[in-house]
Design a protein. Structure first.
Length: 431
């Protein structure tokens, strides 16, 4: 690697929420090949658009380049262009399957693709979320087998966990501190230097790849457990007739109280990473009780919310069977189009068990993607003059602050606020 004179050619494997911002930032200083097997994604980026909204058309235009240019990003689905690269950064998704087991299929395929282009002296850095040990125990053997080269003799590896926060316009890639690591001390230092050239917030060089991998999974497992705690509190306080948000507001006056709020825990990180750590713990004979109990609580919140809404409807003598229910928001968080692992789906599925007639409205979501991923129809605009027996504010998009909620409800209808966005006096229930 020779970052000082910027002669490296960097390949970014996977151009989603993590890979594209990385390609754009590196493309400002280096020659970058942005590779993705999804040809429609490549066509979109080459036309100057990014449906994830993590990069603007202006940013894409500024870094886009023809294949023979000396700087910028060349977007392609042709793996032959990877042959010219000497640094490979893998940013493919690593979700869990329907049984909450880690799904490494994309990571394995990406490793094979990189292995086919790997040459002596090359470096492969993984950013995808994995369990501690995965890079060296799973990915490296694939690289060796596919390339015919020897690890830490012919090629080297590193791990630098992604910290992308979708929809966050303040915490962008350059101003989020980056953890780095390498398979040898020398390679670790060079990888750290490479990232330091684009990360203005600075870097932290971990002593090993396993330490960097473990740091990633515990960052989100810690947050998951904290949210599970307040979710459990919300259930207790409901039974006691106490408003949870009022309790949290009072407790937050203590200087060291952590102000977590109850809610749905989905997305590609917090709702997934703990399962990676749990599986690895099981493989070495330890059952992680706190981590998995937190997951059980958070995974059950969608059904809990749906049941709470049904009970409120019954109290108001609203017949749930066939009732029109409006769900506001289906992305996994506010003000972004990301629907990966959204737990709003759990609310919908539970209400469907009661035969309610569900309408989903989300101005941010790609409704074709929602239909493909979950089999759920959604709308990007509200049906005019339509009124509902119940309205569930599931996601706090800024767009929803302008809604006239009374006009959405039939007389005596139920308004439930999952995120505590509305004044307590306006709603029938909230977490």
């Amino acid at each position: 690697m020779s970052v000082n004179n910027q002669t490296d050619t960097i390949a970014i494997i996977g151009l989603g929420y993590v890979g594209l911002p990385l390609a754009v930032e590196f493309g400002k200083k280096y020659k970058v090949v942005g590779f993705d097997i999804n040809t429609s994604r490549i066509n979109e980026l080459n036309s100057g658009n990014d449906h994830t909204l993590e990069t603007s058309p202006e940013e894409l235009k500024a870094v886009s380049m023809p294949a023979n240019s000396s700087s910028g990003v060349y977007f392609t689905a042709d793996s032959n262009y990877l042959q010219a690269c000497n640094i490979f950064i893998v940013t493919v998704p690593t979700p869990v399957d329907q049984y909450n087991n880690p799904d490494l299929s994309s990571l394995l395929k990406a490793s094979e693709t990189v292995g086919q282009a790997l040459k002596k002296g090359d470096v492969v850095v993984y950013e995808s979320t994995v369990y501690p040990g995965c890079t060296e125990e799973v990915c490296v053997p694939i690289l060796e087998k596919t390339s015919g080269l020897h690890f830490n003799a012919d090629f080297f590896c590193g791990y630098s966990p992604e910290r992308i926060n979708p929809g966050d316009s303040t915490r962008r890639l350059p101003n989020i501190k980056k953890v780095t690591s390498g398979s040898t001390p020398e390679i670790g230092a060079q990888i750290d230097q490479l990232y330091s050239s684009i990360i203005t917030a600075g870097t932290h060089l971990a002593p090993s790849i396993k330490v960097a991998e473990a740091a990633k999974v515990i960052e989100n497992a810690q947050r998951d457990i904290n949210i599970a705690f307040v979710n459990e509190l919300s259930k207790i306080f409901y039974l006691l007739g106490i408003d949870t948000l009022e309790v949290l507001e009072a407790a937050s006056t203590k200087w060291n109280f952590l102000p977590f709020k109850p809610g749905l825990v989905g997305g590609h990180c917090i709702g997934v990473d703990p399962y990676y750590l749990a599986q690895k713990a099981n493989s070495v004979g330890y059952y992680p009780e706190i981590i998995l109990s937190g997951r059980r609580i958070n995974d059950g919140m969608g059904a809990y919310i749906a049941d709470a809404v049904v009970k409120l409807m019954v109290k108001k003598e609203i017949i749930v069977w066939g009732a029109d229910v409006l769900i506001l928001g289906i992305t996994f968080k506010e003000n972004c189009p990301d629907v990966r692992n959204t737990k709003v789906v759990d609310i919908i599925k539970e209400l469907q068990q009661y035969k309610a007639n569900i309408t989903v409205f989300d101005p941010w979501a790609n409704c074709a993607e929602v239909k493909h991923e979950y089999g759920i129809d959604c709308l990007n605009s509200l049906q005019p003059a339509k009124r509902y027996s119940a309205v569930i504010l599931a996601v706090c998009h800024d767009d929803f602050q302008e809604l006239d909620f009374k006009s959405l409800l039939v007389d005596g209808g139920v308004l439930y606020d999952v995120k505590g966005m509305l004044d307590k006096s306006m709603v029938d229930g909230r977490l």
